[in-house]
Design a protein around this ligand. Structure first.
Ligand code: SAH
Ligand code: SF4
Ligand code: F3S
Length: 455
């Protein structure tokens, strides 16, 4: 029986938050809730927030401003609304959110989602505002309900063909610019058996592709069924054996943890897709050291060589920061040089944003906004040209595509290539959830267009 109460969840930030949002919504199902996309009918509203850059954190407060009206309107109709701030802003700012924003009833950190039903109940019945940002001793994953069929795999349903699975959380690397170690806590790997159970349950509801997630996913060292710590490569090999699963991915990796067994998996594991997101952040050794990145440019270059030897067609992706405190023009040029040398299929680039409590924020060498903007512009131009070139290289090839959702135009469906490019083709909705060869006819800056060759 679907529940009569409604929860609305809005997600900001990274893929881990996308995964968490699903688990948040599912945690309330046993208590009579269903998920809604209509804000006005929700008894519980959850903003799952991101603190990584200033702009990300600001978005939350503008969203909360809009929620005030919704809550007031519902109150006039005699309905209660519990506004919840979850995620990394919740962890970083805690009680400050309550002080700054009267609309908020509940603040819950990323390690406390298993306590959400109880917290919601208390906020409702005791009519008081609650903050829970402890890093509890108990493991939330083992206390959250099993994966429920919250989003059934129907033709037309989105996200059913491909799902995220968090295998590792937190980070001990303490890059000097980054808030993640403070918002997500220390590194923690989930045991293999629970992960295999969750993977099986996702596959049984129609999932064909899994992306294993972690802030430092390649540092994975969870307990295996043999009592020993397993590496990510070993976990990948076990997940790849699950029947019904066609594709596997993982993200985000740190260069420091990119071990030979994981590189070999790109050669040996057929289901592991030829795509790797490996952030390098900066092309200068001095800046990398100031960032506490634990790798040099030469080490990164060498890693890429090894990876390309193992899997020559691999599509590489990265994250880059421009304008880290003290970065000179020359050092920024070194970032461009490295990008030119390696050639990325995809990349995410950001202006450095000073984050409260991080060491780099205290540096006296902060750069002017205009300098950062100019550098970002030049870098993004170069990255866009590389992505276009990579996409154009696919034209004329026949590529297996996992179709995931209907397209914007009638009769069109959209899927992903092994290299993670969105591929549009004319096709029937019955093809969703299947991997089908597509001949690529043209390439845009961010996606491909093709013709289905055989169904
Ligand atoms: N765990 C991942 C990154 C998580 S954050 C890793 O280590 O690669 C995602 C990206 O946001 C980072 O790779 C970095 O490029 C960017 N980022 C993090 N903190 C930032 C900051 N203070 N300013 C600008 N970009 C930042
Ligand atoms: Fe942040 Fe660095 Fe950890 Fe990535 S490795 S999450 S950038 S501290
Ligand atoms: Fe943002 Fe937290 Fe992810 S800060 S990037 S939501 S880990």
């Amino acid at each position: 029986m679907p529940g009569t109460k409604k929860v609305f969840v809005k997600t900001f930030g990274c893929q881990m938050n996308v995964y968490d949002s699903e688990r948040i919504a599912e945690s309330l199902i046993p208590y009579g809730f269903t998920e809604t996309e209509c804000l006005e009918e929700a008894e519980v509203i959850v903003l799952n927030t991101c603190h990584i850059r200033e702009k990300a954190a600001e978005k939350v407060y503008s969203e909360l401003g809009r929620l005030r009206q919704v809550k007031d309107d519902r109150r006039e109709q005699g309905k209660q609304t519990i506004v919840t701030v979850a995620g990394c802003v919740a962890q970083a700012e805690g009680a400050e959110i309550i002080a700054r924003s009267p609309v908020v009833d509940l603040v819950v950190g990323p390690q406390s989602y298993h306590r959400l039903p109880d917290l919601v109940f208390r906020a409702q019945s005791e009519s008081r505002r609650i903050v829970d940002t402890n890093f509890p001793e108990d493991d939330k994953f083992s206390r959250l309900p099993d994966r429920l069929v919250a989003k059934p795999a129907q033709p037309g349903a989105t996200r059913a063909a491909s799902a995220f699975l968090t295998v590792q959380e937190g980070c001990d690397k303490f890059c000097t610019f980054c808030v993640v170690p403070y918002t997500r806590g220390m590194e923690f790997s989930r045991p293999v058996s629970g992960l295999l159970d969750e993977a099986r349950s996702l596959i049984s509801r129609g999932v064909r592709e899994l992306t294993l997630l972690g802030q430092n996913v390649n540092a994975y060292h969870g307990e295996g069924p043999d009592g020993k710590d397993w590496t990510l490569a070993k976990l990948i090999s076990a997940v790849a054996k699950l029947e019904g699963l066609e594709r596997l991915r993982y993200t985000t990796s740190h260069p420091h943890d990119m071990n030979d067994d994981l590189i070999a998996a790109h050669r040996d594991e057929e289901k592991l897709m030829p795509y790797l997101h490996l952030p390098f952040q900066a092309g200068s050794d001095r800046i990398l050291a100031l960032m506490n990145r634990k790798h040099t440019v030469a080490q990164y270059r060498r890693l890429i060589e090894k990876i390309r030897t193992a899997r020559p067609d691999i599509a590489l992706s990265t994250d880059i920061i421009v304008g880290f405190p003290g970065e000179t023009d020359q050092e920024f040029e070194e970032t461009l040089t490295l990008v030119n040398e390696i050639g990325f299929a995809q990349a995410f680039s950001f202006k450095y944003s000073a984050r409260p409590g991080t060491p780099a924020a205290k540096s006296e060498e902060q750069l002017p906004e205009e300098v950062k903007t100019k550098r970002l512009h030049r870098l993004q131009e170069l990255l866009a040209s590389q992505t276009s070139r990579f996409n154009e290289g696919c034209v004329g090839q026949v590529i297996p595509v996992l179709f995931e959702r209907p397209g914007r135009h009638d009769g069109q469906i959209v899927g992903r290539s092994p290299y993670l490019q969105p591929v549009h083709a004319d096709g029937d909705a019955t093809l969703l959830g299947r991997v089908i060869p597509v001949e690529i006819s043209s390439a845009g800056p961010n996606s491909l267009l093709g013709v289905i060759r055989a169904a």
